[in-house]
Design a protein around this ligand. Structure first.
Ligand code: ASP
Ligand code: MG
Length: 442
């Protein structure tokens, strides 16, 4: 079994949907196709929920009707056979009646999540109708019947495997299945989701559950690049990545993959291919357990919106248990820490979620002087960097030259050097690293 995931831009127009169908037909054997919502839809659904949360039901209603019109047009050009067209319209009608009903209700988190789920429900049902029109037999696997998160908001993997296998066993001869990315049920049996960009995570969880031979993530770029192509001119796709390298890059800002999506594939040791629907013959990137011993630097990624917190205390000197007490505060407020550096009398760390920043700061003040700096960026340099390869850190620092660095983290793993800088230096830092450590033109 293979898992093939297609993102929103691959479904952005009826022509793109045709191309996706062709790609699927070319792939031999059994496969599960995971789809995102049509591009732009989830953002629009978010704006409907936002309007409702501001009690602006008129605005929510207007956005719903505008989106409804685009789906009418979409159906018309996708479904030319009249029976399929009728079916498509009925699907659209059903999901928009859910949205219109929401627009009459008061905002709640559950209402918001139900609104957000409509995008993937629409795209998968319209796609299956389109395949039917083209004479391709596909079975829709409703994600809400097998995808589930537990009360810690983590995927409930035994439940997912059991329920997905049960569903699949009803169709022993079936070759092609289609399912929704992103959406799931939570431990209260309410509709929920795997966070924005979560369809990649669905693909990987499905792959792990069915022990797939391969997971293909189809996007609109030819694989993971060595640097951010939106900021730096001369970037190139990386043919091979290890799971560890890919996980670091996805976590620290490479937008091509959802940050959690590598873990299930790595756990089940399933190769992940990043491929481009616009250039299906391009090699893309293959992610496996193998580490290329010859390689030095692999890629660099940047994560914005970082806050640095420094706690300085003479009580830290020669004391034990100090760090535990500091970390406990972050744990109590469910705020993950990304980077840490320490000296004898101070600890600096970074977070990317400022929801509880002011109370965290207040509680930290019991331990000493606290400094907070917002609007920072983590630059994450990934590669094969065992300690025996002398000089790699120097090369990075030389490239930085006169750019101020607030924190450096090296030695946490063999695969990563992280720098914390003020966000205003991000573009220059990425450009310089591209020049100095990847040998590219400016
Ligand atoms: N449609 C969802 C989003 O836009 C999930 C995904 O595309 O992966 O975030
Ligand atoms: Mg995505």
């Amino acid at each position: 079994m293979k898992v093939l995931k297609f993102g929103g831009t691959s479904l952005g127009s009826p022509e793109r949907m045709h191309a996706v169908a062709d790609l699927i037909n070319k792939e031999e054997g059994k496969k599960i196709v995971v789809l995102s919502a049509v591009s732009g839809t989830t953002n629009t659904l978010v704006s409907i929920a936002t309007a409702l949360s501001k009690q602006d039901n008129a605005e929510a209603g207007a956005i719903i009707e505008k989106l409804y019109d685009t789906y009418q047009v979409y159906c018309k050009s996708l479904l030319h056979n009249s029976a399929s067209f009728e079916k498509g319209l009925e699907i659209v009608e059903n999901h928009f009646s859910v949205l219109r009903a929401m627009d009459k209700s008061d905002y709640s988190v559950d209402v918001e999540k139900e609104i957000l789920a409509q995008g993937e429900l629409l795209s998968t049902k319209l796609f299956v109708t389109y395949l039917e029109q083209e004479g391709v037999n596909a079975v829709l696997l409703p994600a809400l019947e097998y995808m589930r998160i537990n009360d810690a908001n983590e995927p409930d993997t035994p439940y997912i495997a059991q329920h997905l296998k049960q569903l699949l066993s009803q169709y022993p001869e079936q070759e092609l299945f289609v399912t929704q990315g992103y959406i799931c049920l939570n431990s209260n049996n309410r509709i929920d989701n795997l966070q924005r960009g979560g369809s990649d995570y669905t693909a990987s969880l499905v792959g792990e559950a069915v022990k797939a031979t391969e997971i293909q993530i189809w996007t609109d770029i030819d694989g993971m690049h060595n640097n951010d192509p939106r900021i730096v001119k001369h970037t190139y796709p990386i043919p091979r990545l290890s799971f560890d390298e890919a996980a670091e890059l996805a976590y620290f800002g490479a937008k091509i993959l959802h940050p959690s999506s590598i873990r299930p594939a790595q756990h089940a040791n399933i190769p992940v291919k990043l491929l481009n629907t616009m250039k299906p013959d391009a090699a893309g990137t293959i992610i496996t357990a193998d580490i290329d011993p010859e390689r030095g630097f692999t890629a660099v990624a940047a994560k914005d919106g970082i806050t640095a917190i420094k706690v300085k205390s003479s009580r830290m000197l020669l004391a034990y248990g100090f760090l535990r007490k500091v970390f406990e505060i972050f744990e109590n407020y469910k705020t993950p820490i990304d980077l840490i550096t320490t000296s004898e009398v101070a600890v600096s760390l970074t977070i990317d979620n400022n929801t509880h920043l002011s109370v965290i700061k207040q509680e930290l003040e019991d331990f000493g002087d606290v400094e907070v700096h917002t609007d920072h960026t983590i630059i994450c340099i990934v590669g094969n960097m065992p300690f025996s390869k002398v000089g790699m850190l120097k090369q990075v620092l030389d490239a930085m030259n006169d750019i101020p660095i607030r924190m450096v983290s090296y030695g946490g793993s063999k695969f990563n050097i992280s720098l914390l800088i003020d966000s205003e230096y991000k573009a220059e830092t990425l450009t310089r690293l591209n020049e100095k450590i990847f040998g590219q033109q400016r």
